[in-house]
Design a protein. Structure first.
Length: 186
C-alpha cells in the first residue's frame, strides 16, 4: 500500500493543483452543452408559440376574411362607384314555399363595373337562365324570408350565386330591386 501512495506522490505535490485546473476546464466543457440545450429548448418554444398563434389567428379570421360589415344605410359608408346595369330580366311573378299561398313579384337589376363589356355580354347571353334562376330562387323562399329587413341578405345570396355559377369572367357588384312585393293570396 505504501508503494502505491508513493507512486501517487511522484509529481511532488503539484498534482492537486493540476487536477483543480483540469476540473475547471472540464466544468466549462460540461456547462457549454447545458447552455446550448436550454437555448435550443427556448428557440423551439418560440417557434412553437409563433406557429400556434399564426394558426389560431387564421382560424379566428377564417383565412383572412373580414368579420366586420357595414350597414349600407349608414352615413359613414363611402360612395359607391357608378355601375352599369343589366335590366333585361324583367318582372318575375311566382309563388312562395309557404303552405298559405303567397305571391312574389320581383323586378331585379344587376349592377356591374361600368364599361365592363364582358360582363354585359355574359349577362345578355344568359338572360333566359337568369329569368329562370330568379323565379326558382324566390319560389324556394318562405314569405318571412322575403321581408324588407332581409333584403341585404337576399342580395348577397343572389350576387354569390351569380358570381359563382353563372359568370365566367365578369363579376356582379350590386343587386337592386325595383320591385319586391309579397302578397298573400286568399
Amino acid at each position: 500500500m505504501a508503494e502505491s501512495d508513493d507512486l501517487d506522490d511522484l509529481d511532488g505535490g503539484e498534482a492537486p493543483e493540476a487536477s483543480t485546473a483540469a476540473r475547471k476546464k472540464s466544468g466549462l466543457k460540461n456547462l457549454l452543452p447545458t447552455i446550448l440545450k436550454f437555448a435550443a429548448i427556448g428557440l423551439a418554444a418560440v417557434i412553437f408559440i409563433v406557429t400556434v398563434s399564426a394558426i389560431t389567428v387564421n382560424v379566428v379570421n377564417r383565412g383572412g376574411q373580414s368579420q366586420t360589415s357595414t350597414d349600407p344605410s349608414s352615413p359613414y359608408v363611402g360612395r359607391l362607384p357608378p355601375f352599369s346595369y343589366f335590366t333585361d330580366i324583367g318582372t318575375i311573378t311566382t309563388s312562395t314555399r309557404d303552405a298559405a299561398s303567397h305571391t312574389v313579384t320581383v323586378t331585379m337589376n344587376i349592377g356591374f363595373t361600368q364599361n365592363d363589356q364582358s360582363t354585359a355580354s355574359e349577362l345578355s347571353m344568359r338572360r333566359l337562365e337568369l329569368r329562370d334562376f330568379t323565379r326558382s330562387f324566390f319560389a324556394r323562399k318562405y314569405a318571412a324570408e322575403l321581408r324588407p329587413e332581409n333584403e341585404e341578405r337576399l342580395k348577397r345570396e343572389i350576387m354569390e350565386v351569380l358570381n359563382t355559377r353563372f359568370l365566367d369572367t365578369g363579376r356582379v357588384r350590386i343587386i337592386l330591386f325595383d320591385r319586391l312585393d309579397i302578397m298573400e293570396v286568399f
